[in-house]
Design a protein around this ligand. Sequence first.
Ligand code: NAP
Length: 251
Amino acid sequence: MIRVSVVGAKGRMGGHVVEAVRGAADMELALALDAGDDLTLISPENTDVVVEFTVPSASLGNVLALVAQGVDVVVGTTGWTEERLEQVRQAIAAGPRPGGQKVFVAPNFAISAVLADHFAVQAAKYFESAEVIEMHHPDKVDAPSGTALHTARAIAAARRAAGMGPMPDATQTDGGSRGQVVDGVHVHAVRLRGLNAHEEVLLGNAGEQLVIRADSFDRGSFMPGVLLAVRRLAADAPAGLTVGLDSFLDL
Ligand code: NAP
């Protein structure tokens, strides 16, 4: 049995993780902690892997403390920069199991979204045009979504690597309807009551279109990815810091 502790357990994501761990035949819930609780309760004596879903302002401090306490950590909280990730690498090197500890950070745990990105990158060099449409619930505060930005940048990089130039577009007047241009890729954001998180990548050639679409209907969509990461950390994941669920999808 993999002993899993959850930090941020009373939050929306943390609550789902607690239920997912309880429902997994190969896991048992060790500690479920939230704001104000004592993180030092978590140790290798009671926990194999910690899952951290809190707030960006608290996450780095939590992860550094957990690394210092010698436990492996799966992190879902957003707001990670290269500078913050570097602090985690240094903490692992200085930790109680130098070089042996595992921290995994994923900006997106939805397997469908991660695969959509991967397939879009594979397809990009075969199509003259590519555009991204992301669709979310109207309570989302940022547009376009971080995932759509990532998809657009990845498509742009794949096109550059293939030596492709700008996409055809005769638009002279726009007024904003052509979306945000990210590295030359147009990204469109829809906000609609009833939606959750959805993304389409449209790839076009003369006479043909490929559509890659990922739909996340509710927070349960993240749990298979979270449990996969927990299992990989408890088993064969490499020591050190790993970023991105694609690392665990045998792509
Ligand atoms: P949430 O409902 O606000 O939950 C956050 C929880 O963390 C709250 O219970 C909060 O307590 C608690 N908390 C705050 N500071 C803490 C600390 N220092 N130590 C322990 N617990 C603390 O937020 P959410 O919707 O679950 O989202 C959590 C994070 O996950 C966000 O950054 C979100 O963007 C991210 N997220 C990531 C993915 C992904 O796939 N990677 C998917 C969805 C969401 P209080 O309310 O008492 O402050």
